[in-house]
Design a protein around this ligand. Structure first.
Ligand code: NAP
Length: 286
């Protein structure tokens, strides 16, 4: 068990490994990013993604649209990107304005190019035990558990949060690793009973800081805190009362500096994977 794991270092090392793979296999992955409007936060997120991609040899192309773009225009753009053999991954920077149907747009992406892993088709692939591309945040959690050298088989894992983005896909990724899983949500009675039973606790409620206190966790547990909560002072927190909990458990991810570190990496990994899937698919069709 690597209880000193630093997620920033993990990200750096993994990006370097990915860069080496791209060079060695002469891959030329291309990621298309769709941006609607120009919110500051989205600009920063997109800049970070493009910078990371550029550093490791992934080409990005930005498709920008005005805030008032209509659904049809975006659907047509997605179709065009789906059909372009030079584009390997398509990513929609969320959130998008509320007049647009987000689920319809996501589901319009070819599952083989769905690098966010959020199409209904890809979530279904995961549930059926034949994953193609899986969502980035759950992938980040799995990478952290792997880097911790943590044996998941048969362990009691409690997940807090059942969203399409985090909890549900994570449930299936962990099930494939033979974990015994308890899924909690806002209607769960006696949350503490379930958290105390967890060898591994993954929390993604995002509703209030210090939701998980030291008395709620098992000694020597592993805790992965996915949540990002911004307080009145603009400080970031997770669900976990980090300072007290870290004294009791084997490992707990900090916020910031934990899971959030890995999401860009996971997008890059999925882009390379999409590139490989498309190559195999083209070969099969020949
Ligand atoms: P979400 O869609 O709002 O889902 C939150 C889930 O938590 C829901 O299933 C909800 O239950 C459950 N929940 C809320 N309060 C609870 C409580 N007191 N006890 C037990 N369960 C509770 O949010 P999300 O998109 O999954 O994101 C969750 C958090 O992760 C947010 O803080 C978000 O910012 C963060 N996040 C971080 C990253 C990253 O890169 N680190 C990526 C994605 C998300 P119900 O289903 O009953 O409502």
């Amino acid at each position: 068990m690597n209880s000193k794991l630093d997620c920033r270092q993990l990200k750096k090392d993994a990006l370097l490994k990915l860069k080496e793979k791209i060079e060695k296999e002469a891959l030329q992955p291309v990621l298309a990013i769709i941006q609607v409007g120009s919110v500051d936060a989205s600009n920063i997120y997109i800049r970070n993604k493009r910078k990371a991609a550029d550093e490791i040899g992934i080409t990005t192309t930005l498709c920008s649209f005005e805030e008032d773009v209509d659904q049809e225009t975006l659907l047509r753009k997605i179709e065009e990107l789906n059909e372009n053999p030079n584009i390997n991954g398509i990513f929609i920077q969320l959130p998008i304005p509320s007049h647009l149907d987000e689920v319809e747009l996501i589901n319009h992406i070819d599952p083989k190019k769905d690098v966010d892993g959020l199409t209904t088709m890809n979530l279904g692939n995961l549930v059926s035990g034949e994953p193609l591309l899986t969502p980035c945040t759950p992938n980040a959690v799995m990478d952290i558990l792997e880097a911790l050298d943590c044996d998941i088989t048969g362990k009691n894992v409690t997940i807090i949060g059942r969203s399409r983005l985090v909890g549900k896909p994570l449930f299936h990724l962990l099930l494939q690793k033979d974990a015994t899983i308890t899924m909690c949500h806002s209607k769960t009675e006696n949350l503490k009973e379930h958290t105390l039973n967890a060898d591994i606790l993954i929390t993604a409620a995002g509703t209030k800081k210090n939701l998980i206190t030291a008395d709620m966790v098992k000694e020597d547990a592993i805790i992965i805190d996915v949540s990002i909560i911004r307080d009145e002072q603009n400080q970031l927190h997770g669900d976990v009362d980090y300072d007290t909990v870290k004294e009791k458990v084997n490992y707990v991810t900090p916020v910031p500096g934990g899971v959030g570190q890995l999401t860009v990496l996971e997008l890059m990994k999925n882009t390379v994977k999409a590139n490989e899937i498309q190559k195999t698919y083209t070969l099969k069709k020949k």
